[in-house]
Design a protein around this ligand. Structure first.
Ligand SMILES: CC(C)(COP(=O)(O)OP(=O)(O)OC[C@H]1O[C@@H](n2cnc3c(N)ncnc32)[C@H](O)[C@@H]1OP(=O)(O)O)[C@@H](O)C(=O)NCCC(=O)NCCS
Length: 153
């Protein structure tokens, strides 16, 4: 399966459509076609599969880099695989890839009430450096601020 298809599948599984964080269907492939943009997908053995050792996508990141600045655009882990270190492994991999490509700083936006993601980012040295009022729009029309976080590589 192509990375864009895996990411699309995981966006549906990992993001609450009501919160306005995940991407719309069809958004991943054109993003990955842009220069400096890449996805990393993780697979693991699927315990529900009848076929032994069949693996299934469990997590992903999408990132982009321009010159010496990288940006984490999206990270998601399938709900039944959370809190087992996978998000950290994926983020560490993205940071290592960005550093290898010359990134000196990494930025991201996160919904201010997304405690799990903020805790993950903080555990990797990201700090809040800004706020975008009303950046996220939920399905019910409610707006939530985004925090901009930065990490020096
Ligand atoms: C955010 C997300 C990717 C974390 O993935 P994960 O695989 O559960 O993360 P990890 O198990 O690697 O956790 C790493 C650290 O992050 C923090 N963390 C992760 N989930 C947390 C939670 N629910 N509450 C508090 N801290 C949390 C902890 O510090 C954790 O370390 P610990 O388990 O040793 O305490 C996952 O919750 C997710 O997919 N959420 C939905 C999509 C999303 O909101 N993405 C971010 C915006 S793009």
């Amino acid at each position: 399966m192509a990375e864009a298809d895996i990411a699309e599948q995981l966006i549906l599984a990992a993001f609450d459509p009501g919160l306005g964080e995940g991407w719309a269907s069809g958004q991943v492939a054109p993003t990955l076609a842009m220069p400096g943009t890449w996805a990393t997908c993780a697979e693991a053995a699927d315990p529900l599969s009848a076929v032994p050792v069949k693996s299934a996508p469990v997590g992903f990141t999408i990132a982009r880099q321009i010159s010496d600045e990288a940006e984490l655009l999206l990270i998601g882990v399938r709900p039944d695989r959370r809190r087992s270190g996978l998000g950290g492994v994926l983020l560490d991999r993205m940071l290592a890839d960005a550093a290898a490509a010359g990134a000196l700083q990494v930025f991201l936006e996160v919904r201010e009430s997304n405690a799990a993601a903020i805790a993950l980012y903080s555990s990797r040295g990201f700090e809040v450096v800004g706020r975008r009022p009303g950046y996220y729009r939920a399905a019910d029309g409610a707006r939530q601020d985004a925090l901009t976080m930065r990490r020096s590589n």
